[in-house]
Design a protein. Structure first.
Lengths: 348, 74
């Protein structure tokens, strides 16, 4: 009787390590399919399409591209809502910024484990390398991911398996442990050499990882949003808008999101029914969204700030159109706020 | 064979791909799905997802600011 074809689901981020991990297992005759989770914070993909200057750049989604290079299926899973609890209440805390890396890895492996069971796969593959990341890929935290995800010894990390106790796929002989690897630490040379051996010449190696939450400026904006709202919550639109524009908070009760160029202006116009918004009529200028609950005086101040960012900044008067969420439109004439009155601390 | 439409306007990638994937999960082989998007990234991503998952792109076209991708379910 022939042994059944064993099947593994591989977490594919679009970076080199997960690509190599999947390939190492495929080499041993395992049927591999990829899984990729969209949290809303993924660097991959969308912001490239917002800014006009970036629209001529290659817009490929690296997770899809990796799957295509490997010749495997890729299942992209929307985890936006479930992921909120990970960002808002991380059991293991945050890293340098608002990145809940250890909770995140446990969550993703757990989701992969659920998928594995629902689709009758045998084990999970990740591209983790011991010692590579300060939170989630340490000798003491790798077993935490294994335990808290529920995956237990059905979680195989082919790139550093030889540093870890044998997992079920190894013990059962589904994969040969001897052919797995012993990568360790932050040195990328072994990965680059392995990529060369497999003939991979084009691959992504994002410096800050694949998540906006590792970015200091982005995390500052998210913390500001939570502080202004008096509670730690967000919707997808909130976190999308943190990726675009210049954010200015002149007062605790409102902030302005000022488009920096045509692509951002156009993207933000899509939100005009949800936010009070400003558009310059008399001069060229940015499209601006106002997030908050402003008084009439705040609207006047906001309009003067918007005028400051328009081509009419040095004129006496700038005419603006203000749109409200109930559909009302007002025209306002204001004097641009002098630059000295735009306080540094307003910049989020 | 039946024809279906999916409105993925204003969604940024990979959401148009995810919505396409979820819509196709409920269709049968030979059905046609027309996806309307506004993110130019969809022009690469939806065909890439279709290639790796065995579906056929019948047509991709741009009309004003919209991208229309027609897929035959494989």
């Amino acid at each position: 009787m022939t042994a059944p074809q064993r099947k593994a689901v591989a977490l594919i981020s679009g970076g080199l390590d997960s690509m190599l991990a999947a390939r190492v297992v495929m080499q041993q005759g395992i049927h591999v399919e990829g899984i990729n989770f969209f949290t809303g914070f993924c660097v991959e993909g969308h912001t490239h399409a917002i800014r006009k200057k970036d629209q001529s750049k290659n817009k490929r989604n690296n997770a899809l591209w990796v799957a295509e290079q490997l010749g495997i299926k890729l299942h992209i899973v929307d985890v936006i809502d479930e992921y909120k609890d990970i960002v808002i209440n991380p059991k293991h805390g945050y890293g340098q910024n608002l990145n809940p890396c250890l909770d995140c890895k446990g969550f993703m492996v757990h989701k992969a484990w659920e998928w594995m069971q629902n689709n009758e796969f045998d084990f999970i593959v990740t591209g983790e390398v011991m010692g590579q990341r300060p939170m989630s890929q340490r000798k003491d935290t790798m077993p935490v991911v294994q335990k808290e995800s529920g995956a237990g010894d059905r979680l195989l990390r082919p790139l550093c398996a030889q540093h870890l106790p044998a997992t079920l796929p190894e013990r059962e002989g589904w994969v040969d442990r001897e052919q797995l690897l012993d990568f360790h630490g932050r040195n990328r040379k072994p990965q680059i050499a392995l990529a060369k051996r497999f003939g991979f010449t084009d691959y992504a190696q994002p410096a800050g990882g694949c998540c906006f939450l590792t970015d200091k400026a982005y995390s500052t904006k998210l913390a500001d949003l939570w502080q202004a709202r008096g509670e730690r919550r967000y919707e997808l639109d909130d976190i999308m808008l943190l990726k675009v524009g210049r954010h200015l908070r002149p007062q605790a009760n409102f902030k302005l999101i000022i488009g920096r160029e045509e692509g951002e202006n156009k993207f933000m116009e899509g939100y005009r029914k949800q936010f009070i918004h400003f558009r310059c009529v008399s001069h060229r200028g940015p499209f601006v969204l106002l997030d908050g609950t402003p008084s009439d005086a705040d609207i006047e101040l906001a309009a003067r700030i918007v005028a400051r960012y328009s081509q009419g900044r040095d004129d006496d008067q700038v005419t603006l159109e203000v749109g409200f969420t109930d559909g009302r439109m007002h025209e306002l004439q204001v004097s641009p706020l002098p630059s000295a009155e735009i306080h540094d601390e307003w910049h989020v | 064979m039946s024809r279906h439409e999916l409105d993925a306007r204003r969604l940024l990638c990979p959401l148009p791909v995810i919505r396409t994937q979820d819509a196709i999960a409920g269709l049968t082989q030979g059905d046609e799905l027309q996806v309307v998007c506004t993110d130019p990234g969809a022009l690469n991503d939806i065909p890439a997802w279709c290639r790796i998952n065995g579906h056929r792109i019948v047509e991709t076209r741009q009309q004003d600011d919209e991208i229309i991708v027609t897929i035959e379910v494989g």
